[in-house]
Design a protein around this ligand. Structure first.
Ligand code: KIV
Ligand code: ZN
Length: 513
């Protein structure tokens, strides 16, 4: 039996994941995700791209100051200014600070995007790595679009950057183009032909455009790669990145033929997935492997019968192994603080006392109106009450009249930058009237991309949860709101999205609005 090798898990949820449309997070949200990643025990957290904006710089700096276990990486292009900026944020992590520098190496990227000859690209890469090494030995170098790079040039580049001091070399499938057999061969070629390859950790970074990111990552480690770059729920640019939970659970579940392990504490996977989805508003598809709502649900009678006789008939891993407690404790109006706090902890919410108090008040008020409070209700309360971005616009009160006799009218009172404002506006329906009133009061006119409303749990007393996606001044944002009145939930979601848009504009322009 071959020896079990440990594969490093490099999480890039806060960098590549944040590049998903609508996934932008503020510093507080990033810190929450980072502490969940610390609980998961990932080896490296890529916290951001420090030169991209002041907000990114601050987030990387705060994460470097706060997180104690994993290494903290910051991305930078292969130039002196980017590297200096990255190190200024990363230095707070000391030896755990990792400079991750990259340049494109495929012909198409070098010719069309960089407009540089291969020799110049090589020179820039080596110069960048040498400069990064002057700050720390913990330097990662990535060949962007490695999969479409000429193999001999890729090998030369990897050899040169390792000579220059890179201790991790990353091979990204930037456009998600590869298939497992091909990706295996690329990594194997590098393992066999780069003379100094044993001086660095070989990493892979797969995008999911063909739905093959996890398969390609597994093929790569079979060829000798020792680090996988991935994100929670597989979020990321376009079709996303390799999903952390899928690749980790594949390694764990198929240890019989994949002699590898990771340091991930898998029982924190499900809480991490929920937290990310609550923070970003990006809902996990029900049939998503590992963390989807149906991943452990057995509907068909024959399956249910089998599972009751012996779980292993249809279950290849247990829900408990990912932190999903199937014996759900349902809370109600008689549940006390202890049960409430215990449930929040099980769901992965480790909150300060004052946040718990606020959430508990909301919980009690909901429990007065609703018989059973499910985990999804708690998620909605936490999202609504705790995980909030600065509220430039606040909903004070509202009233809507609608029906089949008169035109629907919404009367809305908002606090906008500290000032109370009120308007009554008619619309084509109660939601339309409400949104028009909010637009009038905020003097914002965003483009509504998507609006959806649903009951979080069953029953007519359920909380309604509304999700609004809109675009404002080049920022696409997602807002969420929950309330037992669906029109109030819609107003809250709309205002939440407007606040996110304002926050995003503020962060990118760095000026007061
Ligand atoms: O996909 C990619 O190539 C990247 C690199 C910057 C690592 O994200
Ligand atoms: Zn990427």
């Amino acid at each position: 039996m071959s020896k079990i090798k440990t594969i490093k898990i490099f999480d890039t949820t806060l960098r590549d994941g944040e590049q998903s449309p609508g996934a932008s997070m503020n510093i507080e949200e990033k810190l929450r995700i980072a502490s969940q990643l610390e609980k998961l025990n990932v080896d490296v957290i890529e916290a951001g791209f420090p030169i991209a904006s002041d907000g990114d710089f601050e987030a990387v700096k705060k994460i470097a100051q706060m997180i104690k276990g994993p290494e903290i990486a910051g991305l930078c292009r292969a130039n002196i200014m980017d590297i200096d900026r990255a190190w200024n944020a990363l230095k707070y992590a000391g030896e755990r600070g990792r400079i991750h520098t990259f340049i494109a190496t495929s012909d198409i990227h070098m010719e069309r995007k960089l407009q540089m000859k291969p020799a110049k690209v090589m020179e820039a890469a080596v110069k960048a790595v040498k400069h990064a090494v002057s700050y720390t030995p913990n330097v990662e170098f990535s060949c962007e679009d490695a999969v479409r790079t000429r193999l001999d040039f890729l090998a030369e580049m990897i050899e040169a950057v390792i000579d220059a001091g890179a201790t991790t070399v990353n091979i990204p499938d930037t456009v998600g183009y590869s298939i497992p057999f091909e990706f295996y061969n690329i990594i194997k070629h590098l393992m066999d032909n780069v003379s100094n390859i044993d001086k660095a950790v070989v990493s892979v970074h797969c995008h999911n455009d063909l739905g093959l990111a996890v398969a390609n990552s597994l093929a790569a480690i079979q060829a000798g790669a020792q680090q996988i770059e991935c994100t929670i729920n597989g979020i990321g640019e376009r079709a996303g990145n390799c999903s952390l939970e899928e690749v980790v659970m594949a390694l764990r579940t198929r240890r019989n033929i994949l002699p590898y392990e990771t340091n991930i504490r898998t029982e924190h996977i499900y809480p991490a997935s929920r937290l990310l989805s609550t923070v970003t508003g990006i809902v996990v598809q029900p049939n998503k492997a590992i963390v989807g709502a149906n991943a452990f649900a057995h509907e068909a009678g024959i399956h249910q019968h089998g599972v009751l006789m012996d779980k292993e008939t249809y279950e290849i891993m247990t829900p408990e192994s990912i932190g999903l407690n199937t014996n759900k404790l349902v809370l109600g109006k008689h549940s006390g603080r202890h049960a409430f706090i215990a449930r929040l902890k099980e769901l992965g919410y480790d909150l300060p006392k004052e946040d718990i108090e606020r959430a508990f008040v909301r919980f009690k008020s909901l429990a007065d109106r609703k018989k059973e409070i499910f985990d999804e209700d708690l998620d909605a309360i936490i999202a609504d009450e705790i995980i909030r971005i600065p509220e430039t616009v606040k909903l004070k009160q509202m009233n809507v009249s609608s029906g089949s006799f008169a035109a629907p009218t919404a009367t809305v009172e908002l606090e906008v930058r500290g000032k109370l404002k009120k308007a009554a506006v008619m619309g084509d329906g109660p939601v339309d009237a409400t949104f028009k009133a909010i637009k009038k009061l905020t003097r914002m006119d965003p483009h509504l991309i998507n609006f959806s409303i649903g009951a979080i749990t069953g029953g007519t007393d359920a909380l309604g949860e509304c999700t609004v996606r809109l675009e404002h001044e080049g920022h696409e944002v997602l807002g969420q709101g929950a309330h037992s009145d669906i029109i109030v939930a819609s107003a809250k979601a709309y205002i939440n999205a407007l606040n996110k848009a304002l926050n995003a504009s503020e962060r990118s322009s760095n000026v007061e609005i």
